[in-house]
Design a protein around this ligand. Structure first.
Ligand code: UDX
Length: 436
């Protein structure tokens, strides 16, 4: 099938590369000449395991290409995906300006005949219906026939290719039978259950899913606060809770909270649309609040321990919002580092992938080093924000020798407290007793 995808972020580029790999002819539209040049040269621009190889293989096979131009890509396509960003506006709403601009542009180039416009961007309920009207208003000829399909995406960064090829479900929202048939045909090589529904339900499925996952994380962190106050062990409590099949174990990992491009934005957007609809949504406000508190408690406990009168050298491991990505959007690490720097301490940070973003964010306010041992050399304390595998296998004896004081604050529970005690560390983690 010939398809076009507008947008080459995590969703757009991964979806495009996977569909190309299945043998479709894919054009990807962007708006920055330099990025388009690099993408055509095989540089995915983002760090995502396996993506560079997948992209290069399909560029070589000439099944994917990148362009700035809507014409002739749109008029040659049977399906056009919109996968551009919907960032948070000042009032918490999803900012739909990119979606509107792109859909208007797509509409002006639709072919004479039939096309499907599939919205993959995460958009509030009612947006797909609004886009349908926008296209109808913009097209110049009655022969430009089209249907809208809401096709939300559930891929996680770090496992995006696998999630796209083998999702738990493919959600398709539309009131057109022929559009659904065509989309089912396109998704035929992709695994997962099919959920065929109407536009508003498809739109809400995405927000409901991300909000429930964020709720599980905040609930787990709330239980961690109780554990810290009572001496109970949060991972053990939550493991036992999750063994109840009705609850499940996933997304009950305690830590310094969720970040990334989706959860913070989507929870805010659902709270905002609830307000517009006159609905009482204290639940999600509390989910957001607990997520803030998790980060604040962690930085406060570090500062309580090291004080703020004497400038200390703090080693930081982990900057990205989670492992296996260079993404630092809403990264809890940024909030933690900010607090430590504001208290007057000197931070030396290391991350396996996100150093460039840290440099952009902090400039020379913090030092960046390219290996974890260099970060801990002569440091008064080590702070861990992201559970990269690299830290699990690290030589802790060497870390202890390099640190000035064997003190660690671990925001992701990477190590066992008993082991750390044996090695002679004062080890603070989340929802677990410090064994001194
Ligand atoms: C998420 C959704 O999982 C995906 O379906 C959606 O389409 C996009 O948003 P992503 O943002 O890539 O994906 O990351 P995810 O793996 O879900 O983690 C989000 C955040 O939650 C990370 O900061 C992670 O560290 C945190 N997290 C996750 C926890 O703190 N505890 C957990 O148990 C799980």
């Amino acid at each position: 099938m010939r398809i076009t995808i507008v947008g080459h972020g995590y969703v757009g580029l991964v979806t495009a590369s996977v569909f190309a790999d299945f043998g479709n002819e894919v054009t990807v539209i962007g708006r920055t000449p330099e990025k388009i040049r690099r993408l055509n040269a095989g540089d995915p621009l983002i760090y995502e395991p396996g993506l560079e190889e997948l992209l290069q293989r399909n560029l070589e096979a000439k099944r994917i290409h990148f362009t700035l131009k809507y014409d002739p890509a749109i008029k040659n396509s049977e399906v056009i995906f919109v996968a551009v960003g919907t960032p948070t506006s000042a009032d918490g709403a999803a900012d739909l300006s990119q979606v509107r601009t792109v859909v208007r542009e797509v509409a002006t180039h639709l072919k004479h005949g039939y096309s499907i416009v599939a919205i993959k961007s995460t958009v509030p309920v009612g947006t797909n219906a609004e886009m349908k009207q926008l296209i109808a208003k913009t097209i110049s000829s009655k022969n430009q026939k089209f249907d809208i399909v809401s096709c939300p995406e559930f891929l996680r960064e770090g496992t995006a290719i696998n999630d796209t090829k083998h999702p738990d479900r493919v959600v398709l929202g539309s009131n057109s039978k022929s559009a659904i048939e065509k989309m089912l045909e396109l998704h035929q090589p992709i695994g997962g259950e099919r959920v065929i529904t109407d536009l508003p339900s498809a739109e809400l499925i995405k927000y409901a899913s991300n909000s429930l996952l964020a709720t599980k994380i905040s609930f787990a962190n709330l239980i961690a606060f109780y554990c810290e106050a009572t001496g109970a062990n949060a991972p053990q409590v939550l493991k036992a809770v999750g063994l109840d099949k009705r609850i499940g174990n996933s997304f009950l990992q305690v830590g310094i909270g969720y970040g990334g491009a989706c959860f913070p934005k989507d929870v805010k957007a659902l709270i905002h649309s609830g307000k517009l609809l006159g609905l009482d949504n204290q639940l999600l406000q509390e989910v957001e609040h607990i997520n803030q508190v998790a980060k604040e408690r962690f930085s406060r406990s570090i500062l309580e321990k090291i004080g703020s009168k004497v400038k200390k050298k703090i080693a930081v491991w982990g900057i990205s919002f989670k492992p296996n990505t260079d993404d630092t959007r809403e990264a809890p690490a940024f909030a933690v580092i900010e607090k430590l720097v504001t208290a007057g301490h000197a931070v030396t940070a290391y991350d396996p992938a996100a150093m460039e973003h840290a440099k952009t964010k902090f400039g020379n306010k913090i030092a960046l080093v390219s290996d974890p041992y260099a970060a801990v050399a002569k440091a008064d304390v080590l702070v861990i924000n992201t559970e990269w595998n690299e830290f699990r296998q690290i030589d802790l004896e060497r870390v202890k020798q390099l640190l000035k004081t064997p003190l660690i604050f671990d925001g992701r529970n990477v190590y066992s407290p008993e082991k750390m005690k044996r090695l002679g560390f004062e080890y603070h983690s989340i929802g677990r007793k410090t064994v001194q």
